[in-house]
Design a protein around this ligand. Structure first.
Ligand SMILES: O=P(O)(O)OC[C@H]1O[C@H](OP(=O)(O)OP(=O)(O)O)[C@H](O)[C@@H]1O
Ligand SMILES: Nc1nc2[nH]cnc2c(=O)[nH]1
Length: 183
């Protein structure tokens, strides 16, 4: 089920963002083109590995969790909640600081109620800064985090809780090497 993902990751072009070796891939960038078969492979694999029993909401972060979260939502009928990079100033909005290997910003959580059972998904975890911010916002909102799943784990980031990557990669200036899969 993950052959297309592995093959395309190992062919991913690289760019520099400061000191950061950034790989470019359809799942993590939407560039150059997202093959529906690849998105379907990823969504099916996530449904297979995640605990979705009694889950009220799928939670992801803008921008590159959205297409994956949408596919999962369509497959499971579980509503999708997106942490946005801009504020809506709605009552109860929760703001958290996000930092990655090449950027910093804010994420804004709306629409999660105390006691909601949620799963968190994202395209990639690298420093863990984004998912830590998402988890902090959900904890602040009083959600119960049932499971966390990412398509790609880059390196060995700690989240302070268990999470499941579909694939684990090593990255250097020459490109991406897939070193483990969830199978
Ligand atoms: O583990 P980290 O170091 O936090 O990196 C992972 C995050 O980096 C990317 O988001 P980015 O903020 O670049 O925004 P995008 O999704 O809008 O591209 C990606 O979509 C993850 O959310
Ligand atoms: N596309 C892409 N997204 C990322 N998010 C964190 N690191 C990376 C990376 O190297 N490539």
């Amino acid at each position: 089920m993950l052959e297309r993902l592995i093959e395309s990751l190992e062919a991913a072009p690289m760019v520099q963002r400061g000191d950061y070796h950034y790989f470019i891939h359809p799942i993590t960038d939407g560039v150059p083109l997202l093959d529906p078969a690849l998105l379907r492979d990823v969504a099916c694999a996530m449904v297979t590995v995640m605990d979705l029993h009694g889950v009220d909401k799928i939670v992801t972060a803008e921008a590159m969790g959205i297409h994956i979260g949408t596919a999962l939502s369509l497959m499971t009928d579980i509503p999708l909640n997106i942490l946005r990079k801009r504020s809506y100033s709605l009552p109860g909005e929760i703001a958290v600081h996000q930092s990655t290997g090449y950027s910093t910003g804010q994420l804004y959580l709306n629409g999660i109620e105390k006691g909601d059972r949620v799963v968190v998904i994202d395209d990639v975890i690298s420093t863990g800064g984004t998912l830590k911010a998402v988890l902090a916002a959900l904890e602040n909102a009083g959600a119960e985090i049932v499971d966390v799943c990412v398509v790609i784990q880059r390196g060995e980031p700690e989240l302070g809780r268990a999470y499941t990557p579909l694939v684990t990669i090593d990255v250097d200036a020459d490109g991406v090497r897939v070193i483990d899969t969830c199978r």
